[in-house]
Design a protein around this ligand. Sequence first.
Ligand SMILES: [Zn+2]
Length: 118
Amino acid sequence: MHELSIAHSLVEIAIEAADNAGMKEVKSLYLKLGALSGVVKEALEFSFDVVIEGTPLEGARLIIEDVPVKVFCPDCQEAHILPEPFPMRCPECGTKTGEVLEGREMELYALEGGEGDA
Ligand SMILES: [Zn+2]
């Protein structure tokens, strides 16, 4: 399963980041997940819970923020958020666009420490 290896690398990154920040315990991990990232959110949450067992992150929660697809429309000359990832058309004027500004990312953007941390 694709998500399992992603969860593995997330956990590795988080452990290293927590270490660098001097966190003894990580309570929550905050992840931005784009609608076009190709990652299934539920599968990632499940994999995360499996992967953290026996690691310093055991008991931590993965909090996923969904990032919608944002495209740039050459006709409107504006960025628009798509209500659905597909079809990739401007929601205002219907012009097809492949210019994706946001929605592909998978980014661990914050860690929250446990009670023991100052
Ligand atoms: Zn448009």
